[in-house]
Design a protein around this ligand. Sequence first.
Ligand SMILES: Cc1cc2nc3c(=O)[nH]c(=O)nc-3n(C[C@H](O)[C@H](O)[C@H](O)COP(=O)(O)O)c2cc1C
Ligand code: SF4
Length: 519
Amino acid sequence: MSLRVFVPRDAGALAVGADEVAAALQRAAAGRHVGLEVVRTGSRGLYWLEPLIEVATPAGRVGYGPMTAADAAGVLDAALGRSGAHPLGRGVVDEIPWLQRQTRLTFARCGVTDPASLDDYRAHGGTRGLARALSLGPDGVVEEVVGSGLRGRGGAGFPTGIKWRTVAQAAAPQKYIVCNADEGDSGTFADRMIMEGDPFLLIEGMTIAAIAVGATRGYVYIRSEYPHAIAAMEAAIATARRARLLGARLGDSPYGFDIEVRAGAGAYVCGEETSLLESLEGKRGIVRAKPPLPAHKGLFGRPTVINNVLSLASVPIVLAEGAARYRDLGIGRSRGTMPIQLAGNVRRGGLFETAFGISLGELVDDVGLGTASGRPVRAVQVGGPLGAYFPRALFDTPFDYEAFAARDGLIGHGGIVVFDDTVDMARQARFAMEFCALESCGKCTPCRIGSTRGIETLDRIIRDDERERNLAVLEDLCHTMKFGSLCALGGFTPYPVMSALTHFPEDFGARPPRLEAAE
Ligand SMILES: Cc1cc2nc3c(=O)[nH]c(=O)nc-3n(C[C@H](O)[C@H](O)[C@H](O)COP(=O)(O)O)c2cc1C
Ligand code: SF4
């Protein structure tokens, strides 16, 4: 008798004991003289069930979780049919409603395949996009990506195909593809999941970008806090090279492209594209003035495509399935799917990929099932530390770039952080200013000085020191930061501050005069 078991090696699963579970399963199998093949995968993104193991059966993969090492023997007996159903049994994983509700395009393989196996990648549809890109040629690829409506998933939502077209049209002896894997937004982990769970997908997306624009070198800039992602990417790049999916004349085509991994030292601002380029060049991560755009003058002064992990990882499916399949999903100018990350005080946190258009309320109440603490949801912050706080009254907002912008918010990298009714929104507003002060690169005055003045002003408001006057000062300061900052770190910090003040005035002591959100 033998069993095939899938155990995630994703950092989120490792943090809650996946390695110990894998070892305990091996011991239990040896003790029962049962052959056991343990395949290490990425995570499916159902984080409240991690470590979630899956046992291959004729009916599909049957899940058990959240596992501990102590559960291994009992689960093995249940899987072998030697005991009744196990209380941790979740049935066939693909049939779990939380997964079934999703439209998994970018994350189709994550948690399913062995991320170290190129054969597994290919067996599950990998490299189909690259094959089509090679047959279409550079212009055809650019037009396909333009036609898909794909917009940058790093935060700004700029159309990916237009960026690529700009770089393709730039004449230069050397061009670069840079993948932004700094993933600094609070509550986000989708980039990490892809790099750990499906690294060949990112390699394929970067290679397609290189073919499209005529680049021969690529870099993946990964935050140093992601050691597992760094190791997974490095291993996959080495495998891809051996398979001639990278290197000169890749796949016997006329194109040559290679990728290197670079680890960032850990600064939020190094996720900002020009600061990232400085850091890649070995300099201090300080924001560059734009223009010139990186598409014209990027890494080492050469035309550079810089895209988020998810943007690049969405491209293979666009090419494989065709632009129309992608564009047909979504609403308005937000096309395709968005890997949404539910985090914070939420009962069912994890990765939920779905077409744009789902409402914030559906995500928090129906998908996330409210708070982990069981208390009422009071606020959610969407789009990372620079995103606005939304009260329940705005939960009808559809997940769409323009709809969020219309309500003085942003969807950013798709992170949703949930807070219950014990949250102090004045403290959260102060934290936003404090975060900006800590992470500011220091290049421009509104952000460098304004954030510290913001902390001081909020402290005065919180201790009821000339509240009305200081509220006016805060509003003025936010206006200056929004319009006077060189980049979005200083420019967007007013969003969490002003949304906290506008939607939760009771936390700032007295009801403040109606404040116009700094616009
Ligand atoms: C302060 C700051 C931090 C940022 N952090 C990230 C990040 O961690 N990852 C990311 O992809 N984009 C980040 N961005 C956005 C990038 O500047 C840029 O828009 C993005 O890499 C472009 O790729 P995309 O078009 O695929 O989204 C940040 C921007 C700012 C202003
Ligand atoms: S807004 Fe802040 S982080 Fe951005 S350039 Fe100015 S000082 Fe640097």
